[in-house]
Design a protein around this ligand. Structure first.
Ligand SMILES: C[S@@+](CC[C@H](N)C(=O)[O-])C[C@H]1O[C@@H](n2cnc3c(N)ncnc32)[C@H](O)[C@@H]1O
Length: 201
């Protein structure tokens, strides 16, 4: 059983709008600006595919997505989106010009390095990692911290670990420094984006 936030794409969207408030659109706009027209994109852990539906679809971008949650997959497919049921822990990552993982890498901690290696191996041009670095689950209030940590189970268990700006910088620079092409914080500073040069040719 997944947490309430993952029970339906509309509930997910509503709660994300509440959590991100004014920064909700900024996170998608920042990602969209990093993806060139005409690119072939694979998004891992795509959730409600909001980025594609509202930012990429109107452009000439070939989009495919993989997602663990069957409700999200069915919802996307009913809207004509090429989303497959996919478990990033074990399924092969399809090659694409741009591979994207958005607000999802923390779910694979402490095995996130293997995940990034596999995503990089699939990216012909760029791997975009965008990760929340200011999280309710690291709130100074114990109650908020506890609720947030127990509210993000996609159906594979609660994910207690999160990045902050320092730990994400440290992870990327210690393993992928030579591949970093861009580093930017979204307006408001809630998410940190890294663009890494892909390894697929
Ligand atoms: C916080 S949401 C992010 C969704 C979307 N990328 C966004 O930024 O709005 C995390 C997503 O990762 C998916 N997920 C969790 N574990 C996964 C796995 N092992 N393989 C594929 N997707 C997974 C969840 O079902 C959920 O939709």
């Amino acid at each position: 059983m997944s947490s309430l936030i993952y029970s339906h794409p509309s509930i997910y969207q509503l709660l994300m709008r509440v959590i991100y408030a004014g920064g909700y659109a900024a996170r998608y706009r920042a990602l969209s600006e990093l993806i060139p027209d005409g690119a072939e994109v694979f998004e891992a852990c795509a959730g409600d595919a909001y980025l594609y539906q509202h930012y990429l679809r109107p452009r000439s971008i070939q989009y495919r997505a993989g997602e663990f949650n069957e409700t999200f997959v069915a919802h996307a497919r009913a809207r004509g989106i090429d989303m497959q049921r996919f478990d990033l822990r074990q399924d092969p990552v399809p090659q694409a010009d741009v591979v994207l993982i958005h607000a999802s890498l923390y779910q694979f901690m402490p095995e996130h390095r293997q995940i990034v290696d596999r995503l990089l191996a699939a990216a012909r041009q760029t791997l975009i990692i965008s990760e929340p670095v200011r999280n309710l689950s690291s709130s100074r209030w114990a109650l908020i911290r506890c609720v947030a940590r127990r509210s993000a189970d996609p159906g594979s268990g609660h994910k207690a670990q999160r990045f902050d700006e320092h730990s994400l910088d440290e992870f990327v620079t210690s393993h992928y420094a030579e591949r970093v092409r861009q580093r930017l914080l979204i307006p408001g500073g809630r998410e940190l984006i890294y663009c890494l040069e892909g390894r697929a040719r």
